[in-house]
Ligand binder design. Structure first.
Ligand code: SF4
Length: 370
């Protein structure tokens, strides 16, 4: 869902400032038509999760989200315990919206809080403040959605370690099932890249990270991925599927998909047209795809390790052949090198990062570069 109220200065996602007359109904029609032409990629398979991301999906009404979900239900086999997440930003939710979204089928929400401090939020160009955050949290409570995530950033412009710690306390007080805690990075082609703000120096950012990790662990939010923390059994199933190098369909402007083709022993990646106007034109001409290609064996190896090594549980050996179509022997010597360097240890059917390996995950990932 590629629109936001306005573009945040640090954002490099495919998000566009929403026009006053958002073509929401046409966009939902486009999503359904787009999904239709992807169906042959997954005949006979069932769906474990759906994720409305963006952009700001909560700019769409619960009714519009419901129309799309009904169309999905009519076309695909959804597992009974399916996880259906809506990304939402405080300041874009009507007073009773989360109840309406829950009625439409949403059973998990990811809330883009980023910070609880009004000044810090202003400095990163967010449209919301404390008041809107509390409003959204109250709305989640009223809707009975306890399975929600709070997105929280640290090392923000002008943020002190005390402010970062305070943000974490307020996030924990809200009792979410999941917290994503990650450092602001300045990406190319953003307003912040053109005019960089003053950020906390590296040592201070490191201290913020360490303090955050310790506090989250103490509050029973177990780290299961580089930036993801969850109460037991409340990990994001959708994201775990990405990180386990599972398959996913891509529906929507700029969406990226990845599907394995077991009969051919191949993995296909594809991308839909990025700009919403270009994407919507496909309603008339049926041309949704911006790019489609098969991955080479070395690309599959790298992508597999890049993703699986993000998880603290490590790399599942049985997944390797199932997800890449390649024999484990192809990577055995590289795995052994990482073991010899003390970065990985062999476990039962998996290879696990050591404490040292977890701190230098990038170095292990690089060992699997094509
Ligand atoms: S709300 Fe999120 S997706 Fe939208 S511009 Fe800001 S950071 Fe990007």
């Amino acid at each position: 869902m590629p629109w936001c109220v306005r573009k945040c200065p640090y954002c490099d996602f495919n998000s566009h400032a929403a026009p006053e007359d958002l073509p929401a109904d046409a966009y939902i029609r486009a999503l359904v038509a787009d999904l239709e032409q992807d169906l042959p990629l997954v005949w006979g398979r069932s769906v474990g999760s759906i994720y409305f991301g963006g952009g700001t999906p909560s700019l769409f009404s619960a009714e519009q989200i419901g129309v799309f979900l009904s169309a999905v239900r009519a076309r695909l086999d959804l597992r009974p315990d399916i996880e259906i997440t809506l990304e939402a930003n405080p300041g874009t939710i009507e007073s009773d919206s989360f109840s309406a979204y829950a009625e439409a089928g949403i059973n998990r929400v990811s809330l883009g809080v980023q910070s609880f401090d009004d000044d810090v939020l202003k400095r990163i160009g967010r449209i919301h403040g404390q008041h809107e955050i509390q409003h959204s949290l109250q709305s989640l409570k009223t809707a009975g959605i306890s399975n929600f995530n709070i997105d929280l950033m640290y090392a923000l412009p002008g943020q002190s370690p005390a402010q970062s710690r305070h943000d974490i306390e307020l996030a924990i007080d809200a009792n979410p099932a999941h917290i994503s805690f990650y450092q602001l990075t300045i990406e190319a082609n953003t307003a912040f890249a053109a005019q960089p703000p003053q950020l906390p120096v590296d040592d201070v950012a490191w201290d913020m990270q360490q303090a955050g990790l310790e506090r989250l662990e103490a509050a029973a939010y177990g780290q299961y991925e580089i930036s993801a923390f969850a109460r037991s059994d409340m990990q994001s199933r959708h994201n775990i599927n990405y990180w386990r190098y599972g398959d996913f369909l891509a529906v929507g402007a700029g969406a990226h998909g990845k599907v394995s083709l077991p009969a051919e022993g191949q993995v296909q990646r594809y991308v839909k047209h990025r700009h919403p106007k270009r994407y919507l034109r496909a309603l008339d001409n049926g041309d949704w795809l911006a790019e489609k290609r098969l991955l080479s064996s070395e690309e599959r190896v790298f992508e597999f390790f890049l993703n699986q090594l993000r998880l603290k549980d490590g790399v599942y050996i049985d997944d390797f052949s199932a997800r890449t179509g390649l024999p484990w022997e192809m990577v055995e010597s590289r795995v052994q090198q990482a073991v010899d360097k003390g970065l990985l240890v062999m476990g039962h059917k998996r290879v696990i990062p050591t404490g040292l390996g977890w701190r230098f995950v990038n170095d292990i990932q690089q060992m699997f570069l094509p």
